[in-house]
Design a protein. Structure first.
Length: 216
């Protein structure tokens, strides 16, 4: 199990948790990970691993069903990695999954690297929000909300984990889900002057920080 207090203590400010894959798999740790990450003070989002052989609408409905009652600050992401899909099939699969998700979760985007982004553009498929995977070390020129920049060890998570940067934290309305489950309350015990200084230095132009993407 992941120790989310330790993850937060290592400087992470958000987490993107695998929710589902295809039309059958649900991460057995999903609810626990999301609840404990939020309780540790992290923003949270979830992702669905898209399988090209399964119906897009069914995949979108599958991830929505798995996330009922969860509050997601960073929305739902469609993780597009597996090949075996003709260019003409990209649009109907993505659109069906995206439409099914956004009926319940307004913030939904695509996770993918340069090759997949290029194929989406070639197929004239709009990418509403992008979580871009680029481990070259150079900040991406792609217009992306999230940037997966590499992998490293993070306290509280066994083994190496992907790490991400939130490049556009204020481009969407948060939270993006019905508040069926209230967010845990956090009590700020710092002296008044420290809270005032923190508020003063929290510029809206700065990144919200670094996050982690544990696999389910």
């Amino acid at each position: 199990a992941i120790d989310w207090e330790a993850v937060a203590g290592d400087g992470m400010t958000f987490a993107l948790v695998k929710a589902t894959q295809g039309v059958g798999y649900v991460n057995p740790w999903l609810a626990r990970d999301l609840d404990e990450a939020r309780a540790a003070g992290l923003l949270v989002g979830a992702y669905h691993f898209v399988t090209p052989g399964d119906d897009g609408k069914a995949q979108g409905e599958h991830v929505v069903s798995a996330l009922v009652g969860q509050v997601l600050d960073l929305g739902v992401w469609l993780d597009w990695e597996l090949d075996g899909l003709a260019d003409w099939a990209i649009a109907p699969l993505f659109t069906a999954a995206y439409d099914a998700v956004t009926e319940a979760r307004p913030l939904c985007g695509l996770y993918g690297g340069a090759a997949w982004v290029a194929r989406f553009h070639a197929a004239n498929v709009p990418i509403p929000h992008l979580w871009y995977a680029d481990w070259t070390g150079a900040e991406p020129t792609q217009d992306c909300m999230l940037w997966q920049s590499g992998h490293e060890m993070v306290d509280g998570i066994p083994g190496v984990v992907d790490v991400d940067e939130l490049l556009k934290p204020r481009g969407v309305d948060l939270p993006t889900a019905p508040k069926a489950r209230p967010a845990p309350a956090r009590v700020d015990t710092r002296p008044d002057e420290e809270r005032a200084e923190a508020a003063r230095t929290n510029s809206p132009d700065e990144r919200d920080g670094q996050g982690t993407t544990p696999a389910g």
